[in-house]
Structures are given as structure tokens and as C-alpha cells.
Design a protein around this ligand. Structure first.
Ligand code: ADP
Ligand code: MG
Length: 298
């Protein structure tokens, strides 16, 4: 798989605050990659570094498998904070200014990006008359000028109402379906789960884990069992339908089921029928929330 962005041992401190600690990360082309972490975990710092807004103390990063250059920068669109649009100007006039300053896009491109973010009908309205969600979509339109291959969005749904959030999520999905790689910082597990293909979890500057969402945030039921004869128990529970995997841990078996399919009575009955008396039967069901909580709490 082609790599869009690679970080290697990136660290950054603000005085005594260690915002990033030796973070290494690979972002594959075509992914919707969520940087997930509570407030203060280092997400904005990471984005600022790879956008060259901020220097790293140590470590390196590379875009498109090359050392950073201005040519690469043209392939990247970003929304780190809401840009300063002119309140008394229309959406289209604001984008003309953005385009002139950045040297990205032209009148035709402006119409195209307004269409993508579904603001064509309102392109002549003054910015001051826009809802918060429309303002955010205009900001994304600005980031799309110049046809970037990668789009970085820092907490793009912050402060929006449910409709605004939905519109941004739909927009991100549309952009992803066009093949744009999207890197999105968020403190909302739900958001990452809904729109991302991959996720990296940050906690106080440490990267805890990263990978495909369904692997990192795997949603399985886990039943812990133990018996006198562990070998017999293992082969016995292995015959239960719906068992995905069995892990042995500290004289216990962790039996993984697809979410919602573990039945305690059925496990007990099955073992009993095979002449095995359990001396431990525990439901260790994990929801995404508890997994995230577990990962990000002390
Ligand atoms: P996030 O985006 O995940 O909320 P940040 O990258 O903004 O996290 O911040 C990471 C840590 O660095 C936090 O503890 C924050 O208080 C601190 N920090 C961020 N920017 C600065 C700054 N300019 N000066 C001092 N500390 C900062
Ligand atoms: Mg932030």
C-alpha cells in the first residue's frame, strides 16, 4: 500500500509540557485516518508539525515518501483553524481572495469546490449570514482549492449542531470516495468510528495504538473461563459456534465472540455436557467506549 505520510519518532515539548513523545505513524493512501485522543493529547501539535507550521524537537516526517518540499505542500490541503473570512463579503468573493493569496485555484475551481461542499445556491450570500456549519463547509472548500490529494482537518465538527455535524460527515465521505486521503483529528470516538477507515490513538503525547478501525476498536464479547484441565477446556470451548478466537492468559482462557453473541449459560452448559466443570466464568464484554476509556485512562 502506498504511504501518504510517515512520522518517525517525532517529539515536541512546550517548555515542561511534552506534547508529543516519539510518535511514529504511517498513513496509507486513500484512508480516512482518525487521530483520536482527548483534549490536550497532542493532535493539533502533530498536525501543525506535518504542515510545517511548527518545528519538531526531534524525529522526522515525510510526505509521499519524499523529504518535505514546497512541491509536496501543493498536494496538501488543510483546515487547522477556521480561516479569517471577510464577514461582509460573499462566499465566492471570499474564496477569490483565498485563491489569490494562496495561488491555488481559479474562478472555475472556486465554482467546483463550492459545488462539492454544497454551497452553490448560497455562494452570493454574505459570510456573516452563514450558519456555523456553512462557514465550516466554506473553510473546507478553501482547503480544497488546488485539488489536494490529502486533506487535514482538525476537529472539523467542533461546535456544530447535529445537522451541521451530519453535513460535514457526509462531505468527508464524499471526498474520500473521490480518492482524497483524509486525516482528521478528533476527540470523539463516535465520529472516528463512523467515518474513519484507520485510527491512531493519542494519549498525553504517546501514540497508544494505530491501524484499521475494526482492528483497533474491535468490538467483541469476551468470556473468561477456567477449569482444572485447561487443555480439555480449550478443545471443548473451541467447538462452540460463534467463537472467533481463544487466548490463554494466566491460567484462564479468554474466549472471543462476535459482539452480542456470547451467551454465558450456553458456554457453561456446553462445558458441562463435555464433562468439564468450570471454576471460573466471567463476562468481560467490551464496548467501544470501554475500550477507548481503558486505552486513554490511567
Ligand atoms: P489536542 O489538539 O489533542 O487538544 P494540543 O496539541 O493542542 O492537543 O496540545 C498538547 C499539549 O500541549 C497540551 O498539554 C497543551 O496544553 C500543550 N500546548 C499546546 N500548545 C501549546 C503552546 N503554544 N504553549 C504551551 N503549551 C501548549
Ligand atoms: Mg486540538
Amino acid at each position: 500500500m502506498e504511504t501518504v505520510l510517515q512520522l518517525t519518532d517525532v517529539s515536541k515539548a512546550y517548555g515542561a509540557v511534552k506534547a508529543l513523545k516519539q510518535v511514529s505513524l504511517t498513513i496509507p493512501k486513500g484512508s480516512v485516518f482518525g487521530i483520536l485522543g482527548p483534549n490536550g493529547s497532542g493532535k493539533t501539535t502533530m498536525m501543525s508539525i506535518v504542515l510545517d507550521v511548527l518545528g519538531a524537537d526531534t524525529g522526522t516526517y515525510s510526505w509521499f515518501n519524499q523529504s518535505p518540499s514546497s512541491a509536496d505542500r501543493k498536494r496538501i490541503g488543510s483546515l487547522l483553524e477556521t480561516p479569517n473570512f471577510y464577514h461582509y463579503l460573499s462566499a465566492v468573493d471570499n474564496l477569490k481572495i483565498t485563491s489569490a493569496i494562496s495561488g491555488r485555484g481559479n474562478d472555475q475551481a472556486i465554482d467546483e469546490v463550492l459545488e462539492i461542499v454544497k454551497l452553490t445556491e448560497r455562494k452570493k450570500s454574505k459570510f456573516s449570514a452563514y450558519s456555523l456549519g456553512m462557514k465550516q463547509r466554506l473553510a473546507i472548500a478553501a482547503a480544497l482549492l488546488g485539488n489536494p490529494e490529502v486533506l487535514l482537518l482538525d476537529e472539523p465538527t467542533n461546535g456544530l449542531d447535529p445537522v451541521g455535524i451530519l453535513e460535514i460527515r457526509e462531505l468527508i465521505k464524499r471526498l474520500a470516495s473521490k480518492g482524497i486521503t483524509i486525516i482528521i483529528a478528533s476527540h470523539l470516538l463516535d465520529e472516528v468510528e463512523k467515518i474513519c477507515t484507520h485510527v491512531a490513538i493519542l494519549k498525553r503525547g504517546n501514540l497508544l495504538t494505530s491501524g484499521p478501525v475494526d482492528e483497533v476498536l474491535s468490538n467483541e464479547d469476551i468470556v473468561e473461563v477456567s477449569a482444572e484441565n485447561m487443555d480439555a477446556l480449550k478443545s471443548c470451548v473451541g467447538q462452540i459456534p460463534d467463537v472467533l478466537s481463544i487466548k490463554e492468559d494466566n491460567q484462564r482462557l479468554q474466549v472471543h465472540f462476535k459482539a452480542g453473541t456470547a451467551k454465558m449459560e450456553a458456554v457453561n452448559q456446553h462445558c458441562f455436557n463435555h464433562g468439564i466443570t468450570l471454576n471460573l466464568l466471567l463476562n468481560k464484554k467490551k464496548s467501544l467506549e470501554s475500550k477507548f476509556f481503558e486505552l486513554t485512562n490511567d
